[in-house]
Ligand binder design. Structure first.
Ligand SMILES: Cc1cc2nc3c(=O)[nH]c(=O)nc-3n(C[C@H](O)[C@H](O)[C@H](O)COP(=O)(O)OP(=O)(O)OC[C@H]3O[C@@H](n4cnc5c(N)ncnc54)[C@H](O)[C@@H]3O)c2cc1C
Length: 399
């Protein structure tokens, strides 16, 4: 994005990419439909960035979700907003968008050098790269670093830049997994039968702490059963709190409400009115309209013997306890938290320790849930860094 803004302003831009092709993570995000941004009101939207919202606000106001949608449409991608408010290309993939984008960058004169890894700086200040033909140095007028976080390192972003920047006096918070799946010790039969199946319209909640300091998080939506546990939007919302509890030696239990739209009383009445003498499984399927996955999830969490008494069964439907054994690491996390701190850059995202070097994207120290917030902030910070870089070059040429 920074390359697009800078080349549109007339600068000669070269993008250096260590992998054989660019934007691999964007393409993988496309596997899930490419949730580019979110359509909720801006004041709700900005809150998703938690403590970093104040920092990101001017950048997201300058390049809001509507601007990103218009950008994608300008590249020929028809967009749509799902019932959840999340915004996707109608094609539900990233490849056509990426093709059109790369064609635009080429038309604007951007050179892309793949298989060329940035290593750091020479003592004299030139950028050092490792290319296929060996090491080379470059001394540009201005630099934008957009090296990503450290999740899914096989796609290219491995966080190897952290010690390089720290060595030059830049404060970096450690890169830790964010938005990750969780590990649950499923029984063999449950795993074999349900791995890959979605658990729709449920609420997951978790609480942490003791007495008056208890914090609770709840998320409603969909989760997907995997061989090792659960993935999906509602799991990602809870994953950081679960990870912290596990780090402190705790044994967190996540509670699933399988019928969040019904109160216990209504469910109890429906079960009571169901034909007596039915098996518990039939009762759950017919009176509570639970799927085979939901019924078996209850047995995984509660045990083979479910309560028979209607009120107790209704309560159980709304409180399935799942013992969380672990959280997925950086290899499989959707994103990483941590990165270059707010204090290490100015409001144009220029490194205070390295004038003329700007930073954008997930390598900055902000975090957000899934839902389009990650790409939106990556794009918006890319625009901010590019505008800062342009102003820097213009000021330098007047000196
Ligand atoms: C499976 C998955 C699904 C996702 N789905 C979504 C989604 O639907 N919506 C959403 O908002 N977000 C999603 N994300 C997150 C989103 O893709 C990232 O937050 C976003 O791509 C970050 O952009 P970035 O440009 O900062 O970093 P990246 O996209 O990681 O790009 C950084 C680039 O820098 C290159 N690089 C790194 N180090 C060097 C070096 N030393 N020299 C040269 N090149 C280097 C890397 O190879 C990489 O190509 C998803 C992530 C994953 C893993």
């Amino acid at each position: 994005m920074a390359a697009e803004v800078l080349s549109a302003a007339g600068l000669a831009v070269t993008v250096y990419e260590r992998m054989p092709s660019v934007a691999r993570k964007l393409l993988i995000a496309g596997r899930g439909g490419l949730n580019l941004t979110h359509s909720e009101p801006f004041e709700d939207f900005i809150k998703r960035y938690g403590p970093e919202a104040a920092w990101l606000r001017p950048m997201l106001e300058a390049y809001p979700p509507a601007a990103l949608v218009a950008w994608a449409e300008g590249l020929g991608e028809a967009m749509f907003t799902g019932t959840s408010g999340r915004v996707f290309p109608k094609a539900m993939k990233a490849s056509p968008l990426l093709r059109a984008w790369l064609a635009r960058l080429a038309a604007q004169g951007v050179t892309i050098r793949t298989r060329t890894e940035w290593l750091g700086w020479e003592a004299g200040g030139a950028l050092r790269f490792q290319g296929v033909a060996g090491e080379e140095t470059v001394r540009p007028d201005v630099t934008v670093l957009a090296l990503g976080g450290a999740s899914w390192p096989k796609l290219g972003s491995d966080g190897a830049w952290v010690p390089v920047l720290e060595g030059t006096g830049v404060a970096v918070m450690p890169l830790t997994p964010a938005n990750m799946g969780i590990t649950i010790a499923w029984s063999e039969t449950f795993r074999e039968r349900f791995a890959g199946e979605p658990l729709k319209n449920v609420t997951a909640s978790v609480s942490s702490g003791i007495g008056p300091h208890v914090a609770a998080i709840r998320a409603r939506g969909e989760a997907v059963v995997t061989a090792y546990g659960l993935e999906g939007g509602i799991i990602y919302v809870l994953s950081r709190m679960l990870g912290r509890t596990l780090e402190r030696g705790g044994a967190p239990v996540m509670t699933i409400d399988l019928r969040p739209e019904l109160v216990v009383g209504t469910l109890t009445d429906r079960i009571t009115l169901a034909a007596p003498g039915q098996s518990t499984t039939n009762m759950l399927r017919k009176a509570a309209k639970l799927s085979p996955l939901a019924v078996n999830l209850m047995r995984e969490g509660i045990g083979r013997e479910l309560p028979r008494e209607p009120a107790a069964l209704a309560k159980a439907i709304k409180n399935v306890p799942l013992q969380v054994a672990g959280v997925q690491g950086l290899d499989r996390a959707i994103s990483s938290a941590g990165g270059v701190t707010r204090g290490a850059v100015d409001e144009a995202l220029m490194l205070k320790a390295r004038p003329g070097v700007f930073v954008a994207g997930e390598m900055l120290d902000w975090a957000a849930p899934t839902g389009g917030y990650l790409l939106q902030a990556s794009f918006a910070t890319g625009v901010t860094a590019a505008k800062g870089a342009l102003a820097y070059v213009q000021a330098a040429s007047q000196r």
